[in-house]
Write a protein that binds this ligand. Structure first.
Ligand code: CTP
Ligand code: CA
Length: 226
């Protein structure tokens, strides 16, 4: 019998996703990290793979597992490692969704041995990490879709729009920590999307899988439009 194979919406498209926290070493046993679980980014990666995209997932340390087995997973630890992997893979990408919670600061020096406790306090000098998303935005070619997240606790939309514009994004996904059920750890999220024309869409509280589907649909629209 004649087989009708339906072409998936993102067949032949390469999508780069980042997820999870980064860990910035203080000494051989300690690091600066954050509460990102990686759930949102992994759900996004699975959703794009289900839509037929060729997905590369660059992830910081997390216990998450992927549902799809055709995703290229690259594990990194630090912001600097994530920058290097992203810079390399963004060149071939049709779209990139940067959901990782990248550390903004990293210790200037990593102590070579475990820092022993003293009676005095401890001061650790930090330097800013490179903004990966902003770096990708500066190298973005026409036709590439670049999506960022914004995690805010106040002036949410104003700050999100500033990030959208400063980082040369096509879409920003706003996560407000003021919304119950939203944020880092749980299985649900409440997002607002703002695109480059400042068109805003507010979504209901949903599971992260459902939110990932909304993101995938919007990015598909943008890929087809650009
Ligand atoms: N981001 C990044 N590289 C960094 C910091 C952030 O790529 N060094 C990305 C995040 O992955 C996210 C977006 O930038 O997609 C916004 O991150 P967020 O922490 O909300 O904003 P920042 O620009 O870091 O500003 P601030 O933390 O001061 O709000
Ligand atoms: Ca930040």
């Amino acid at each position: 019998s004649a087989e009708i194979k339906k072409k998936l919406p993102l067949a032949d498209k390469k999508v780069l996703i980042t997820a999870g926290p980064t860990y910035e070493a203080i000494d051989p046993v300690r690091f600066i990290g954050n509460h990102s679980s990686g759930k949102m980014g992994f759900a996004i990666a699975d959703e794009f793979a289900a839509a037929g995209a060729d997905v590369t997932l660059i992830t910081g340390p997390t216990a998450q597992k992927l549902q799809h087995n055709n995703i290229q997973r690259i594990d990194v630890t630090t912001a600097a490692e994530m920058l290097e992997a992203c810079t390399l893979h963004f060149l071939q990408a049709d779209a990139c969704v940067m959901s990782a919670a990248v550390a903004d600061y990293t210790p200037i020096e990593v102590a070579p041995q475990k820092i022993k406790k003293q009676n005095s306090g401890l001061t650790i000098e930090l330097k800013k990490t490179t903004d990966i998303l902003k770096t990708l935005g500066e190298s973005k070619q026409s036709g590439q879709v670049l999506v960022g997240f914004a995690l805010e606790t106040e002036n949410e939309e104003e700050y999100a729009i500033q990030k959208l514009q400063k980082k040369n994004l096509d879409l920003i996904i706003l996560n407000s920590l003021n919304d119950a059920g939203a944020g880092f750890k749980g299985d649900t999220n409440k997002i607002t999307m703002i695109d480059a024309s400042l068109q805003k869409t507010i979504f209901e509280l949903k599971t992260k899988t459902e939110a990932a589907r909304d993101i995938c649909l919007k990015v598909t629209e943008l890929i087809n439009r650009l």
